[in-house]
Design a protein around this ligand. Structure first.
Ligand code: NAD
Ligand SMILES: O=C(O)C(=O)C[C@@H](O)[C@H](O)[C@H](O)COP(=O)(O)O
Ligand code: ZN
Length: 373
């Protein structure tokens, strides 16, 4: 068993500062850090898949190290768990473990478990500390960092939630060895997002190294660590998304609309796939508006395609609704200000920016052409 000394990415947020530990088989070190939080008891939330694959070993390691873990709270796997019903049950199940306000919630799973358990931790007993133990690539590179927690509404994605930072993130990259290929690919969309936002160099590196990232070589750890550093840097600058943090939403105005249209049905679309289509669209839209070279948009789409990710509305199984449905979903985006849409667009690879006051007619015409392409 390869064990690496964890790389530590600090997230210096004053009184809410925390560390992200990244490396292979770093559970032992992670547990040492959990002990330092001085907890009495832990309520561990996970989903059915992760529970059957990993929970027993992790709970045993915690228990062997003197951390008292209650019977795990297990939710159904997939996006449908980011719902009012599952949130209510999760809160009640956490309370049933008798954890106190000063105790700890651990979110062991992908982004769904992280968002759901993080939100439950934010509201149970008016706020408990929580630790993220991300088990999907997407969760390790994105959702476990930065404190956005929440659930979906029929009105749109992540519309009910809270900013609640974790006390620690333990990204054990060995756990990704059991992740299905489709989920690896989906998580990879959020990896290249960091290159597209502000690092042409990282995007080019990904183009060169994506096969090793997928195969689980040291490049995977590098990609996770780079992504966590890139995200932490933005979050520290603008924790509550009053400005620059919106850059992390590149591809999401389009992507979230598609997730709502498929009613959060993971059989049709998972978040990372929706983001992949959204990234390609953000670049094609930027090129259409004359902001970036068509060549850049082509290069982004070509790379997404080469790893097997969708890039077009036509790639959504069962169809992507209609232009009107997409536009309607976009009007519930959290970046809307005074009724106008905000998009993250790009002047090139690694040159993304926040575009306010976009003309809705331009967006509609773009979508119509995308539809007919
Ligand atoms: N809070 C944030 O900043 C943020 C950022 C990005 C995405 N998100 C949210 O994250 C969610 C998507 O996260 P996701 O892609 O991890 O989806 P997910 O949590 O549904 O996990 C994907 C699938 O992989 C399974 N799985 C997870 N880890 C596994 C492992 N090690 N081995 C085998 N199977 C495993 C899960 O059971 C699930 O079936 C979306 O709801 C999205 O909105 C949040
Ligand atoms: O952390 C952020 O900020 C992000 O935008 C990261 C996104 O990848 C993530 O999907 C996030 O949940 C989207 O945030 P939302 O505020 O648009 O719901
Ligand atoms: Zn995302």
């Amino acid at each position: 068993m390869t064990t690496s000394k964890p790389l530590i990415v600090p997230v210096p947020l004053g009184a809410r500062a925390y560390d992200i530990l990244v490396g292979r088989n770093i559970l032992g070190e992670g547990v040492e850090q959990i002990k330092k939080l001085g907890v009495r008891k832990v309520a561990l939330v996970t989903d059915e898949n992760v529970h059957s694959l990993h929970a027993e070993r992790i709970i045993k390691t915690l228990a062997d190290n003197g951390v008292d873990v209650a019977a795990p709270v297990v939710v159904p796997a997939g996006e449908s768990s980011k719902s009012y019903a599952v949130l209510a049950k999760t809160c009640d199940d956490i309370l049933a473990t008798r954890v106190e306000r000063g105790d700890l919630v651990i979110a062991l799973g992908g982004g769904v478990v992280g968002d759901l358990a993080g939100f439950a931790a934010a509201i149970v007993r008016r706020g408990m500390r929580f630790v993220q133990m991300p088990t999907s690539l997407l969760a390790q590179v994105d959702s476990s960092v930065g404190g956005k927690t929440g659930i979906n509404s029929s009105h749109g994605k992540n519309l009910v939630g809270a900013f609640h930072q974790p006390s620690l993130v333990i990204a054990d990259t060995a756990i990704l060895d059991t992740l299905p290929e489709r989920e690896l690919r989906a998580g990879y969309a959020e990896v290249i997002k960091y290159g597209l936002i502000n690092s042409e160099r990282f995007f080019f590196w990904c183009e060169e190294n994506w096969q090793q990232i997928f195969a689980g070589g040291p490049e995977r750890d590098e990609a996770v660590a780079h992504s966590c550093r890139a995200k932490a840097e933005v979050v520290v600058r603008d924790e509550f998304e009053n400005g620059d943090r919106a850059l992390l939403n590149l591809g999401h105005t389009f992507g979230h609309a598609l997730e709502r249209i498929v009613k959060y049905d993971n059989a049709r679309l998972v978040h990372g796939e929706a983001v992949a289509i959204g990234l390609a669209q953000a670049f094609r839209f930027s090129a259409r508006l004359g902001l970036c070279a068509g060549q850049d948009a082509g290069r982004v789409e070509a790379h997404l395609k080469s790893v097997g990710l969708p890039t077009r509305l036509q790639d959504v199984p069962g169809g992507a609704g209609s232009v009107d449905a997409i536009l309607d979903a976009m009007t519930q985006d959290k970046k809307v200000k005074a009724g106008t849409l905000t998009f993250i667009l790009a002047k090139g690879i690694g040159k993304s920016f926040i575009a306010h006051d976009l003309n809705k007619a331009d967006v509609a015409a773009f979508l119509m052409d995308e539809w007919n392409s």
